[in-house]
Structure formats: structure tokens, C-alpha cells
Write a new protein. Sequence first.
Length: 523
Amino acid sequence: MNRIVPTLAALVVLALPAAASAATGTAGPGFAGSTAPSAQKPQSKVWFNDGTWWAILFNSSSKAYEIYREAGGAWSTTGTQVDTRHNVYTDALWDGSHLNVVAAGGMTNTTAGVMYRRFSYANGRYTRDAPATELTSFGVEAAVLDRDGAGQLWVTYTHDAAVWVTHSTSDDFSWRSPYVLPVAGADNLGVDISSVVRIAGRIGVMWSNQTDWSYRFATHPDGAGDDVWDVETAVQKSEISDDHINLKALFDDPAGTVFAAVKTSLNRPDDPLVLLLVRAADGTWARHTVFKVRDNPTRPQVVVDPVHRKVHVLATIGPCCAGGQVNYKTADLDAINFPAGAGKTLLQSDSDTHINNVTSTKQVVTPAMSFLPVIGGDDATRRYWTNALLLPGATSAPPSSTPVSTPAATPAVTTTTTTATSTPTAAAKKVLAAIASVRLVRHRFSAKSGTTLRLTLTEAARVTLRVERRSGKRWVRVPGTQSVAARKGANTVRFRPRLRRGSFRLTITVPGRKAIRTTFRIV
């Protein structure tokens, strides 16, 4: 397998404009009226869309969770409400077409059940597509969602000492009744937690089990019956598990690679307290120590960067479990080995001394992202803290682990051409490239050579191409994203999506600008 590994500068912390009392990071909006709104461990509150970062934050004025937008290091509300319940925890998934959100109160909350909501996006605004769908009538520690390759949404949570799952059926607003995961080790839990993630051709669920001291991972083939699950033991050893999981994957990677930042219950100073578990193609799991007991880490989060071949693990550092500061460590994706010690500081304040519950994004890093925002909160002062990891400029597209199979035939293509001028986001601080026009110029699709795209740019920029297939009323992302360095003016780009018959949408983006879309059909 040949793979291009770009030569890149080291990752650095982007210290955004900070309050006078801040050592690292910025004091953000207040969240009076809520508690720990940036929790829980398996959840994500942040996503990247249309060249901009967004987040679900609690608005202390409206006493509701709302969609916020990042601009110049500051977060401001868009006014779009997600959930008016003040005592819930949210998980956000941007799937390329819609924002999907589940929210629920804690496991001791008997009234704030799991609710699903979906939002559409256009012209810088999110709008709710339908009333909320109730999935449970009771609260859970953490409800987490993802969408599989067949387009079904999946939600998992733990309740009554068991791992539960449910999924959408005919559309995103119709769901089957939740059921206990039908595999060994899923119905004898202590105080434990679960998470869900999409991998190639499957959906995967991981959970902790402090009864038998294990972390297990069950996978379900896309489109199979509800009783079809395979289970793997990621790790099992005395005191190796705790109810801390943050799960990410390269969903279009045929190897099915999964990354799980987990916490142990070990207690000697040199014992590992935060591990990164990594799944290989054969279903085996490798263990990598990130933080030791002496480092006082808790609530780890993992972010995967296939563009720069890095993996980042963030955690609260401080006596368990009231918070303190947030640190991070970085390792090479191809040779994972985290440095010793407590890591580099990302969020720290002289006045807010209980910063905790760091959260970031479900998404892996793409060439369109120039930084990764992170958000934590201090429950003593009831305000958010924010900062960002500045990413070096990408010089090539992410490599594929295994070649994707190509069509046997050479079908014809009919195209619909879109010509448009994109407008800058509110966060633009410099002259950014804009897409002046885009046109698919070949009317035959070749499995070997693809087709040709002509782009006109107002400035040189890296252009990202993403393809989605129409599935009913939805657009579902096709595995593989192409990224090219384009010059100012006219560009001819070889476009190799490797598609079969159907209706498709090509989304074309440059950093800091709204996406341009053109549709085509392979007949």
C-alpha cells in the first residue's frame, strides 16, 4: 500500500484573545441556570460546517440550549433554540446534510427523557425540521448518536445495568423501541457508560463494564436485523475500566479503525489512568498509555487528524473530579507513542480554577479546517472557557488505507451545472478565495479516469470536493474526500469519485466560504 505522508509543522496552541485573568484560553459565555453543560464524556457539542465552527451551548439569558457560532475566537448565539430544558446534556452530529441532536437529563432525572431533533442549514441559519421525537421517558447518563453508512441513525445509552440501543426506521423521525444490546457483557453493568460510532459498513457500540472490568465493542452490519451483532473485548483486566469513553473513527476507512480514549480505575502513581485503545482491521485492540495516575487526568476526549497524521487526546487535569485545567497530548497516527508527563496546557485560569468537561467535535480533521476549537466549563463560576488547537496547512489529501473497489462498467453521466459566487463568513479577517464558477465538463464517467471539473477561483486556495448520493429524501455521504491545491483563476481538476449509478451531489468548498454544490446523475 502506497501512502503519501505530508511534511508539516508541529501542532501549536492558538491562544485566542483572553481575559486579563486567563493564563491560557478565553473566558466565554456564562451558563448560569445549568450545571456542567459541556459534559458528558462520550458526547460532542461542536461541529464544522460551511467553513465555520458551531456549538450547542447553554444561554443563561434564555435559559435554553442554543446554536452558537464561532468568529474570531468568540462564541455568539444564533438564537436558534435546541432544547429549552436546563438540566440536559446534548450530543451533536453534523452529517453533511443535517444537524442531528439527542439530549437527555442525567440518570437520576426521571422526567428529562432522551429527545431527538434535526435541523436543516441554509444561508448561515439552522431551522428545525420537525417536532422533537421522544426516545425515552427517563433520563440517562449520556445519550450518544451516529449515522451508519445505510443512512440509519443510532442512539445508545446505559440504563438499569444494561446497554441499550435504538435506531431510526423509515425516516429520521420514526424509531424502533429501544432494546438491550444482544451480546455477552451488555446486561450486567455497574455504573457504566456507552458510546456509538460509524465504521465502514457497520455501526459500532462501545461500553464500560466495571462488574467484570472490561471495555467491549459490538458491531452491527448496515441493514442487518436487530439481532445481528458481533462483539469484541477491547481490554479486560482488574480495575482497567471506568465510566469514561470518548469514541472516534475513520468511518470511510475499510480497515474499520476506531480510537477510544478511556479511563481506568487503577490507583498506583505509575499506573495508566487514561488509555487510547485502537482497533485494527482484524478486530484486535492495541493499548497506548496517554496519562498516568500521577498526572490526575479525567474525562478524556480524542480527536483524529488523518490530514496531518496525528491523534490528540485532551483531558481535565486536577484532583478528581472537580476540575482544574485542561491539557492535551499529541501522537503520530502511524506510530502512536504519547510523551510522558501531564501534557501541554490548553485551558487554564487564575480565577476559574475548576475548568472541567472539555468537549470538541465528532468529526475527523479535514483540509478545510485550520484549527480545532475546544470548550470547557467551570461550575464554580458558571462560565465556559474556550481555546483552539491551530492546525498546520495541509499539503495533500488524507491517504486511503485500502483502495476502494471500482465499478465494473463505464456508465454514462448527465450533469446539472451550477455557477455561483460564494460570500464570506462573518469571521473573515483577510481576503479569502471565492469560487466564481464550477462546471462538470465531461459527460462520460470512467471508472479508471473519472471525469473533469473546471473551477474558477478569485484567489489561490485548497479546494475540498465531497460527494453525496441521493437516498430517498436524504443526501448520504459517499466515502472518500478529494482535496486539491488550486490557483487563482481557471483550474482543471481531475475528479475521481468512483461511483455507480444514481443521483449525486458534489459539494465544493474553500476555507472560510460557503459551499458550492453541483448535481449530476450516473445513468
